[in-house]
Design a protein around this ligand. Sequence first.
Ligand code: NAD
Length: 488
Amino acid sequence: MKTIASAPLAENVMMPQYDRQQLKTRIVHFGFGAFHRAHQALLTDRVLNAQGGDWGICEISLFSGDRLMRQLREQDHLFTVLEKGANGNQPIVIGAVNECLNATLDSLAAIIEKFCEPQVAIVSLTITEKGYCIDPAAGSLDLSNPRIIHDMQTPAEPHSAPGIIVEALHRRRERGLQPFTVLSCDNIPDNGHVVKNAVLGMAEKRSPELAHWIQEHVSFPGTMVDRIVPAATDESLAEIAHELGVADPCAISCEPFIQWVIEDNFVCGRPQWETAGVQMVENVLPWEQMKLRMLNGSHSFLAYLGYLAGFQHISDCMQDSAFREAAYRLMLNEQAPTLQITDVDLDQYALSLLERFANPALKHKTWQIAMDGSQKLPQRMLEGIRVHLARQSEWPLLALGVAGWMRYVSGVDDSGTAIDIRDPLSEKIAALVKQSTESERVSALLSLHEIFAADLVQNPQFVAAIQQAWQRIAQYGAHQAVIETLKN
Ligand code: NAD
C-alpha cells in the first residue's frame, strides 16, 4: 500500500529539506500524542530544515499506541501536520522522528535501553497530568498509584514514566555515561518541578545516592507550550488524505499559531530551537501563568458554559456575541490583573486569543476541552480567584466558570440531554451528584478537596459567589446566565 513515504504528494506539501540519514536518537520522547506531533516534533523539524544536524527523535509509547507505531514504521517515521488557518491550509511532512518503540511491538527492556544510549541528551514528555503519578494536593509522587507501587517493587522493570526515567538514569550512572535533560511539555503548572518531584520522589525511595546524583547532574527545565491541536477524527484524517493525495493515519491538524517558551537549562546540549522562533528564557513561570489563566481559563469557561448551551465547538461559541464578550472580559478584567508577567501587551494577547478561538477551520470540541476538569480548574480558574479574594476585587465570570463546571459534571445539558463525563475523579463526582439535591450541589462538590483547598471552601465570599452563579445557571440556563452576568 502507498504511504506518504512512497506516494507522490501534492505540490504544496512541505517536505523535509535535510538529510534524514544524519539523524540519531538524541531526544527520546514519551507520548506520541496529538500535541507533540504538531509542536515539539514540528519545531525540531524546522531547526533541521534551517541548519541540518543529527537531532532525531525516538518516540516511545508504553502500553497503547501499537497500531500508530506500526503505521509510523511503515511510512519511514514520516507524518503530516496540517496547519489550518482562516486563509487556507498548509500540509507539512515532518522528518524529525527517526525511530519508535512500543512495549507491545518491542519490549520494555528495549525501551529502557534506548534511554541509555550514550548520545541521548534529552528525554521529553507529553503524557498528560495523569502520567506523572503525582498526588495533586501534595505535589509529590503518589505512592498509592498502582504503577508506582509496581515500580517500587520491581525497579528494573518499571511501568510508569517516572520509574523508567529513574531506571535509565541509574543505568547511565552505573555505566559512567552522562545523564540527560528531562523536559516536560505538558500543560501543567510548573511542569519542570512536577516532573522533577516525580523523578526524585521515585529515586529517593530507591537510593539516596542515586537521588543525590540526579539532583546534581540532571536538569528539569520548565516550559510553556501553546498551539491548539484537536484530537484527530475520521473527518480530519480524510481532509488530510485529500490534501496529500494519500492516507496518513499518523497525521494531525492544528491551528497556524505556535509558541514555546523554555527555561534554558540543558545539561547535555539541545537543538537550536531559537532558530525556529522558540523563546529561551530564564524563568518560564510568568509565561505559563499568562497562558494557563488567559487561554486555558477562558477555554474551560467556553467549554462548560458553551457545552451546556448546546455549542459543539469553541468556534461556535465565538459566533455568539455574548460568549465572545464574556471570554474577552474574563481574560482582560478577571485574569490579566492577576498575572505577574511584564513586557506583554495583554489586551493584544486577549484579542489574538479571540481570533484563534474563532478559527472556523479548527473543529475544537467543547466536550474535549471539558474533559478532566478536576485536574484543570485549580490552575485555570481557582488561582486567579484567590488573587481577587485577597484584593477584594470582582470575579463574576470566574464564578460562572466554576459553577458551569459544577453544572456540567451534574450530567445534564440545558436541553435535558445526558453528558458523557470524562474525569479521573468521575466516580467520586458522580456519587456526590447522586447524593445531593440541586440546592445542595455546590456544597457537595466543594467537598472535593482534590480541587477546592480549605482556604477557598472556608471563605464565605467564595462559597457565596459560586452559589449565586450556580443559581443563575439553574434559573436561566447557561446562555442567558452569561448574558445576565455581563449586565453586572
Ligand atoms: P493525546 O491524548 O493525543 O496524547 C497523550 C499521550 O500521552 C498519548 O501518547 C498517551 O499514550 C500518553 N499517555 C497517557 N497516559 C500516559 C501514562 N500514564 N504514561 C505514559 N504515557 C501516557 O493528548 P495531547 O493532545 O497530545 O495532549 C498531551 C499534552 O499536551 C497534555 O498535557 C496537554 O495538556 C498538552 N497540550 C495539548 C494541547 C492541544 O491542543 N492538544 C495544547 C497545549 C498543550
